[in-house]
Unconditional design. Structure first.
Length: 276
């Protein structure tokens, strides 16, 4: 049904879709293979503890280092990296299909594009040409032969739109570790920033963020406060755009993150000692 996005691909999404009467959400999972997909994976210390290996994505047969889920994510990622226009055309087709499915259910669509990636979708601009979507990024690598096949006037970047402007009726949302992202001007895109103490550089950058921040805690019992802010349970559902403002979104460590020692996962017992 879908080529790129997934419905109920993890327990939290499935639980949220069952509980939420207004919205129905889906997610897209790519493979965080390098900094083109996740720019801050090294400095934020989340590379080893990545959510990519949690849940069904981390179930491997004995002696194997991959599975059908990881293989699918890698194929999608290679398409994104090597043929951006074809990738975005497939994504837009998926979104149209999902919107129709939401209409049949009587629910509003919500989409998380960065399930296991951290791509700045606001910078990818699109325009439909002869039934295919070209991107401001993709066309720069196509060469003169490609540009000669269409009217060059169509390639003026002022005529391009990002995916959020193309679907104003959809609520998009993501987590991000890129502290410099600016999306206040996009009314249908909600970001929750991600905390890490893996490096002093990243810790200083994230301190400047004035929006909700997600923190991964080691123990299943979340603290009530962190850095002077109320902690809410971010595992009850995935629709972060519904969260109240000025809170810490507490997440329990999953997959390889349970053994993380980089500073990405925060120890609850240390918090208790320092706040007592």
């Amino acid at each position: 049904m879908y080529k790129l996005i997934s419905v109920n691909s993890n327990p939290k999404l499935e639980k949220g879709n069952k509980l939420q009467e207004t919205y129905w959400n889906v997610v897209m999972h790519l493979s965080p293979i390098n900094t083109k997909i996740c720019p801050y994976q090294d400095i934020a210390g989340c590379k080893t503890a990545c959510l990519n290996t949690s849940g069904r994505g981390g179930i491997f047969k004995k002696g194997e280092t991959t599975n059908v889920i990881q293989d699918a994510r890698k194929r999608k990622t290679e398409l994104y990296l090597n043929d951006r226009d074809t990738f975005m055309t497939a994504l837009i087709k998926d979104i149209h299909t999902f919107v129709r499915a939401c209409d049949r259910k009587g629910k509003k669509p919500a989409i998380r594009l960065n399930g296991t990636s951290d791509i700045q979708w606001e910078t990818i601009l699109l325009k439909e040409v002869n039934g295919k979507y070209i991107t401001n990024q993709g066309m720069k690598h196509m060469g003169e032969d490609y540009l000669d096949t269409v009217n060059l006037e169509l390639h003026k970047e002022k005529d391009f739109k990002n995916i959020f402007a193309m679907f104003p009726q959809i609520q998009f949302y993501d987590y991000t570790k890129i502290p410099t992202r600016k999306v206040d001007h996009i009314p249908n895109y909600h970001l929750t920033w991600s905390y890490s103490e893996a490096s002093p550089t990243y810790s200083e950058l994230i301190k400047k963020i004035k929006y909700n921040i997600a923190v991964v805690f080691r123990d299943k019992d979340l603290p009530t406060m962190f850095k002077g802010f109320k902690v809410i349970d971010g595992d009850t559902h995935d629709m972060r755009f519904l969260d109240e403002p000025n809170v810490i979104v507490g997440l329990k460590a999953k997959g390889k993150a349970k053994k993380d020692t980089s500073g990405f996962v925060i120890n609850n017992n240390i918090i208790a000692r320092t706040t007592a």
